[in-house]
Design a protein around this ligand. Structure first.
Ligand SMILES: [Zn+2]
Length: 481
């Protein structure tokens, strides 16, 4: 009996730190990453008795802007709640979060589905809470650092609308792109500014009831998300194939071993005993406030992709590649404005330049080549000053030194030779020196044409205008002489 077909059902919970100056409920700086332990703390975020929280307006505004970008409704009335549990990095014994009345809810984002078509993933809610402190384990001791305690944290909960590890990966990438476009979070998973959990179940295709759901926690990279989901789907299918049942558990992901492991079982599940935070008033959000924040939204990725397709004639995939990072999109548009051949600019940006950025592991903002300099380089190709191969090496030089293309071409004498008389002399020399190849060519071995091209290019150190060489070679080889 062959294996049945299975359907995977995935929902995601994403936490993103917000880029506010101060923490969620106190005036401490939220820029804690490089600070010595416990230097960004005060009675509020250390939970000293009697200290009272105050809501950070900038964090509320960032959350509303995210809600709008995720097509959510914005609650006119929203409440903070205490989520009670004990852990040494949580000095209050509870986390201030939102439960019954989140700030934003009922939205969606569009991703590319498994079938290659656009697909909506529904957003159940995006609410505001505070981050916890951090434990540092040294020599058998556990030390607590409360610098991170109280940093504003946005929690975005999706519906279980994803059907593969790839869809989950694309969803996460889309969220990161949106958060970065809005400038509300670095959304840097590797640095812990964005963290992710997946809930997942598997069922035989066609079955109506859902399979048993497991949660996978602490997915700290895009790779971890894809690998953990792929692993877990295989594991669950293997259990079901053997007639077993999947246990409802919370799992961790062991990146080194490449497998999930049980963190806790259903019996150990927390009861958080949520109740409204008595130290904070409910948030009342006026429609005017929401509309004034809507006016601050930048052009969002989906709109930009549409515009790039229409304005520049790019395919959806190409537009998507450019629009993933706002800075890349801006660079591209500036370059196209300076050299209005969108496809040519796309080709050079996503080819040579992306390869360089990947190898150097730097963002486009740290690159030495300006859009204007690339435009100048492409004009040198267009007017025949240099050929495309020379342009590639000039671009490498530009990337390394930041010099203008014209400067490099002049300094190195790279301008190509288009002068027919000069090139004819070279062609004649090559033909005179290789009578055997000429004879074989004329007897029908037409593949030798490329070899002759190579000889001329080598003799001119790559500077010959290929079109001129091609024309001259054809004349001489096809002719009688
Ligand atoms: Zn504080």
């Amino acid at each position: 009996m062959g294996q049945r077909e299975y359907e995977v059902i995935i929902g995601m919970e994403v936490h993103a730190q917000l880029l506010t100056r101060s923490k969620m409920f106190c005036g401490c700086s939220a820029d804690y990453v490089d600070a010595p332990p416990n230097t960004h703390v005060c009675p509020v975020c250390m939970a000293l008795p009697g200290a009272l929280p105050v809501i950070n307006r900038a964090a509320v505004e960032a959350t509303i802007r995210v809600g709008l970008a995720l097509n959510c409704e914005i609650a006119p009335f929203s409440v903070f709640a205490r989520k009670n549990y004990f852990y040494p990095d949580l000095p209050k014994g509870y986390q201030i979060s939102q439960y019954e009345l989140p700030l934003t809810y009922n939205g969606w984002v569009e991703i590319e589905g498994n079938d290659g078509q656009p697909k909506r993933v529904r957003i159940r809610r995006a609410h505001l809470e505070e981050d916890t402190g951090k434990l540092v384990h040294v020599n058998g001791y556990s030390l607590v650092d409360l610098n991170r305690a109280g940093v504003p944290l946005l929690e975005i909960v999706s519906e279980a609308d994803m059907r593969s590890a790839e869809e989950a990966h694309r969803y996460l990438l889309k969220l990161r792109t949106i958060l970065r476009y809005l400038g509300v979070s670095t959304a840097d998973m590797e640095k812990g500014a964005m963290r992710c959990e997946a809930n997942l179940s598997v069922r035989p295709r066609g079955q109506q009831t859902l399979g048993t759901k497991v949660e996978i926690k602490n997915l700290n990279s895009f790779k971890a998300v894809r690998d953990a989901i792929t692993y877990e789907v295989k594991r669950q299918i293997a259990i079901l194939e053997q007639g077993g049942t999947v246990e409802q558990v919370t799992l961790g992901w062991d990146e080194h071993a490449g497998r999930t492991f049980v963190q806790r079982t259903k019996e150990e599940a927390h009861d958080y005993r949520y109740f409204p935070e008595p130290d904070l008033l409910p948030l009342e959000i006026s429609r005017e406030w929401v509309e004034s924040l809507r006016a601050t939204l930048p052009e969002l990725p989906d709109a930009k992709i549409q515009r790039f397709m229409q304005t520049y004639g790019l395919s959806r995939k190409e537009a998507d590649i450019i629009a993933v990072e706002r800075e890349v999109a801006e660079w591209y548009e500036t370059a196209v404005a300076a050299y209005p051949h969108p496809r040519e600019v796309y080709h050079w940006l996503t080819g040579e330049i992306f390869r360089y950025l990947n190898e150097a592991n730097i963002p486009i903002t740290a690159m030495k080549v300006t859009p204007d300099a690339l435009a100048e380089l492409l004009r040198l190709v267009e007017d025949g000053t240099i050929n495309r191969n020379t342009a590639k090496s000039v671009l490498q030089e530009m990337l390394a030194t930041g010099q203008r293309p014209r400067t490099i071409v002049d300094a190195k004498g790279l301008a190509q030779v288009s002068d027919e008389a000069a090139l004819r002399a070279v062609v004649d020399e090559i033909i005179a020196a290789h009578p055997d190849e000429v004879r074989r060519y004329r007897e029908g071995k037409k593949g030798l044409f490329g070899w002759f091209m190579g000889q001329v290019m080598r003799a001119t150190r790559g500077k010959a205008n290929p079109a001129t060489v091609k024309k001259l070679l054809s004349e001489r080889l096809e002719g009688d002489g």
